[in-house]
Design a protein around this ligand. Structure first.
Ligand code: 3HC
Length: 300
């Protein structure tokens, strides 16, 4: 049992909204959802409504159950409003400074035993945990160990309601109790858990991103067309999406941010982002979310 009775989710993008959705529906836990953009919050709630309506239409949920799940999600305007949560899951964009600032502020505002989880795809959990150490407190002191020990990586996959896995990453500082509770929570959300060491990209993206990057390089060099690269993996390897379509789906800016973290964190040239990916992000061709990436989308 995770003992999570009230959850905070920070960030109402596709990941944060998905996390709020499975927490409210599967773990049946009340959720406080915050995003600095009101438009983003509205889009997130509209997605939750759409997902619940689909489950009702397919006969997988009673409308009363859908309504109960929807009622469990409340939006809040400030981080202060999250002060009573037992766990917060941060799902903002992949920016280490932003995440460190957010975690420092959480450590000051939230209950002392609240778990501080990040949905980062690649940034060091240890580095994020170090940011919550209060000034003047030694990392080796009991207070230092208790404060930093409640930070953990809880990496969901997109689309969160569909993908069965959560990757659990322990920082150097994470306590066994935090790890156990975070694992239990992921399972209460109906997910299976795989653990990874705190290396750049963890297991998932350390393997996935070089694959996507190589596919982009194949396209760049003219080895094969976009459609043939994707077809090779859809029909030859039974992947649900080819690597270029998957890159669009994840977001090309996110792919680039993860690849930069991998490259900077290892200095290994196998992680160097392709020039084509850099240029597409420069052009704001960010994939499905912006209407254009390797493919075009109507975003109806
Ligand atoms: N949100 C919620 N549900 C969604 C969805 C979304 N964005 N997109 C599709 N679904 C649901 C559909 O509603 C449908 O549900 P149903 O069976 O209950 O009706 C189900 O998924 C299947 O959808 P479709 O029949 O429309 O389409 P597909 O069969 O092509 O499946 C897919 C869509 C599930 C997205 C499938 O193409 C897939 O699995 N793609 C690969 C996804 C993947 O690899 N994700 C991981 C990305 S890496 C990551 O997240 C890590 C990060 O750190 C980068």
């Amino acid at each position: 049992m995770s003992g999570i009775k009230l959850l905070g989710v920070l960030g109402a993008g596709q990941m944060g909204t998905g996390i709020a959705f499975v927490s409210a529906l599967r773990a049946k836990v009340p959720v406080l959802l915050h995003d600095k953009s009101k438009d983003q919050v509205s889009r997130g709630l509209a997605l939750v409504d759409k997902l619940l309506a689909k489950d009702v239409a397919k006969g997988r949920l009673q409308s009363s159950e859908a309504q109960e799940a929807r009622d469990r999600i409340r939006t809040v305007d400030t981080l202060e409003a999250m002060r009573d949560v037992d766990m917060v899951v941060e799902a903002v964009s992949e920016n280490v400074d932003l995440k460190r600032t957010i975690f420092r502020s959480f450590a000051e505002k939230l209950k002392q035993d609240a778990i501080l989880a990040t949905n980062t795809s690649s940034i060091s959990i240890t580095k994020i945990a170090a940011a919550v150490l209060p000034e003047g407190v030694s990392a080796a002191s009991e207070q230092g160990k208790a404060t930093t020990g409640r930070v953990v990586g809880l990496h969901f996959f997109n689309p969160v309601p569909v993908m069965k896995l959560v990757e659990l990453i322990s920082a150097v500082q994470t306590t066994p109790e935090t790890l156990d509770r975070a694992r239990a929570f992921a399972m209460e959300c109906g997910k299976e858990v795989a653990t990874s060491q705190d290396v750049p990209g963890f297991v998932s993206n350390a393997l996935l991103m070089p694959f996507i990057n190589e596919a982009i390089m194949c396209l760049e060099k003219g080895v094969a067309s976009r459609d043939d690269i994707d077809k090779t993996f859809r029909l030859g390897m039974n992947h649900p999406m080819g690597p270029l379509q998957l890159a669009d789906f994840i977001g090309l800016d996110t792919c680039l941010a993860i690849q930069r973290t991998l490259y900077n964190g290892t200095s290994d040239s196998k992680y160097r982002p392709s020039v084509l990916l850099e240029r597409m992000v420069d052009a704001q061709w960010l994939g499905k979310k912006s209407g254009r990436g390797f493919y075009e989308y109507s975003n109806e």
